[in-house]
Write a protein that binds this ligand. Structure first.
Ligand code: F3S
Length: 74
């Protein structure tokens, strides 16, 4: 009870988020510049769109390598 039906087919896309813990180290941009960019405030920003399929592994790697674990992929 209370569980959302799992999406099938196309609707399995992933998104990336950067939270306030980011210290702007730039590792994520280096690993996956298609998804993460350092913005004018010197912190990382993730693209608002879904992560392109071919970038999913890199985006996950960036999340794993962030020194302050500021990246969430979901
Ligand atoms: Fe920030 Fe972590 Fe990227 S500190 S710049 S989100 S690797």
């Amino acid at each position: 009870m209370g569980r959302e039906p799992r999406p099938y087919g196309k609707d399995t896309s992933m998104k990336a988020f950067v939270n306030d813990d980011c210290i702007g180290c730039g590792a994520c941009e280096g690993i996956c510049g298609d998804v993460f960019t350092i913005n004018d405030d010197d912190v990382a920003e993730a693209i608002e769109d879904d992560i392109p399929e071919e970038c999913e592994e890199d985006a996950q790697e960036a999340a794993d390598n962030c020194p302050v674990s500021a990246i969430t992929i979901e």
